[in-house]
Design a protein around this ligand. Structure first.
Ligand code: FCB
Length: 464
């Protein structure tokens, strides 16, 4: 294929993303309370390299330098999350001014640099005091979230024009309460639908509060979504796909877009004894209406498709991660995630046709490659650059097909604390030296800078 030029819509938002626990550090400073991730990382055995987010990228103290880097890259937007326990150390009640002021200064600094803040309220760091009362398995946590959303948006709502209530409810529900590799580290299958319900409910309840405190802002939620791909062994028959699509994707999309929980998956949970015979007994009148509250955009985090390995048995069918296919015919990033740019295009097209979100932002997409500085201090992360380019080609195709894709955020601005993988994985387009907190723009960052400046790029001949 000859080389060709791709140009994005003029208003396209080029961004990068981070989250509070992964970059801020200063975990107990200026009055911050303990979160479930503080507790989880301070418990031996949970994190691959035994590390914690206590210091991370020290963004809490170095945010000015980081905003300057973003300005240098010409970024239009920065997606970051608020640490609930910085603002409300005990989850509810007393507000910690110092914590709130930190985010207020960050927002001002971004706006001065011409960078639009995209604020995520919940990126997994639940106050430990709320976990002690049952966490997301309790409806009261959804109520606490609304109070928290109110406090934050009263303070920032005059300047923040893009709000994301939750990041990836699937991950909180499944990785945190079933697989146990994320905080709070539980393995309790019946808890999963309850937790995800309270997450979605808290989203629905928070939307009108955000609108009231931030009247001209866009409000949405971010989901991690997985296109399903048949794969080489192809023994996974369509009903199996439909089922997995149900628990990965439809379980979250359907209620958000007014269709309630997918009946086939509910029936299956009841049959397996993971839900009581009366089904969703934790759903109260009015919940579905609240969850389906109109949003201005859907945030999509895309990393990989689901390609099944050959056998699905009754023993493993509820353990989503053990079902993933790994094979030599695919490429994988250093964290073991399959590289499959086409999946993004399929996913975006499907979302548009099936759910018609008013607008879509890709709120995360990126790759872990551990390449570090060479002798001259340059980070030649060629594979990441190719990864980003190929996914942007897929995103551009979706736009050409009419999908209302309005922006793209690279995960991540900089290398950071990658949850249970600790610091063993590097997703940044900026290298972080954790010894001295020095930042180096990787080749991918320099490429992205050029893409932003030109609002597009040339796809070299022979590229996918
Ligand atoms: C996403 C998370 C984000 C980061 C990337 C690699 O699922 O939202 O915090 O860990 O994966």
């Amino acid at each position: 294929m000859p080389s060709r030029r791709l140009t994005f819509p003029e208003s396209f938002i080029w961004g990068v993303a981070t989250s509070a626990y992964q970059v801020e550090g200063a975990w107990n400073e200026d009055g911050a309370g303990e979160s479930i991730w503080d507790r989880f990382t301070h418990t031996p055995g949970n994190i691959h390299d035994g590390s914690t987010g206590d210091v991370a990228c020290d963004h809490y103290y170095r945010w000015r330098e980081d905003v300057a880097l973003m300005k240098e890259l010409g970024l239009k937007a920065y997606r970051f999350s608020i640490s609930w326990t910085r603002v409300l150390p005990a989850g509810r009640g007393r507000v910690n001014r110092k914590g709130l002021d930190f985010y207020s200064r960050l927002v001002d600094g971004l706006l001065e640099a011409g960078i639009e803040p995209f604020v995520t309220l919940y990126h997994w760091d639940l106050p430990q005091s709320l976990q002690d009362k049952g966490g997301w398995a309790e409806r009261s946590t959804a109520e606490a979230f609304v109070d928290y959303a109110d406090v934050v948006s009263r303070k920032l709502g005059d300047r923040v024009k893009h709000w994301i209530t939750h990041n990836e409810p699937w991950s909180t529900a499944v990785l945190g309460h079933r697989v146990g590799m994320h905080a709070p580290g539980l393995n309790d299958l019946p808890m999963v639908p309850k937790v995800s319900h309270h997450l979605l409910l808290s989203h629905g309840w928070a939307v009108p509060v955000l609108r009231r405190n931030s009247p001209d802002a866009e409000v949405g939620i971010t989901l991690i979504l997985f296109p399903l791909v048949p794969g080489p062994s192809n023994t996974a028959v369509p009903p199996v796909f439909r089922k997995l699509d149900g628990s990965f994707n439809r379980w979250f999309l359907d209620p958000l877009y007014g269709r309630r929980y997918p009946a086939d998956i509910v029936a299956e949970h009841i049959e397996a004894g993971h839900l009581p015979a009366d089904g969703l007994n934790f759903v109260k009148p009015g919940d579905f209406e609240a969850i389906a509250t109109h949003t201005d955009f859907l945030g999509v985090n895309y990393y990989s498709p689901v390609i099944l390995r050959s056998e699905v048995t009754p023993e493993n069918e509820n353990e989503p991660l053990t079902l993933l296919y790994h094979g030599p015919e695919y490429e994988y990033t250093d964290i073991g995630i399959m590289v499959y740019p086409d999946g993004l295009r399929h996913l975006l097209n499907r979302l548009y046709f099936e759910y018609q979100p008013a607008k879509i932002y890709i709120t995360e997409n990126g790759a872990s490659y551990v390449d570090g500085p060479d002798r001259k201090g340059r980070v030649r992360d060629r594979r990441r650059l190719g990864y980003l380019r190929d996914h942007l080609v897929a995103a551009h195709r979706a736009i050409e097909c009419g999908v209302p894709l309005a922006g793209y955020f690279v995960w991540s601005l900089m290398d950071n604390f990658e949850w249970n993988f600790g610091y063993t994985q590097r997703f940044g387009i900026v290298w972080v030296d954790y010894e001295n907190q020095k930042r180096i723009l990787k080749d991918s960052a320099l490429w992205y800078k050029q893409v932003i400046a030109e609002n597009g790029f040339t796809v070299p001949a022979r590229s996918r």
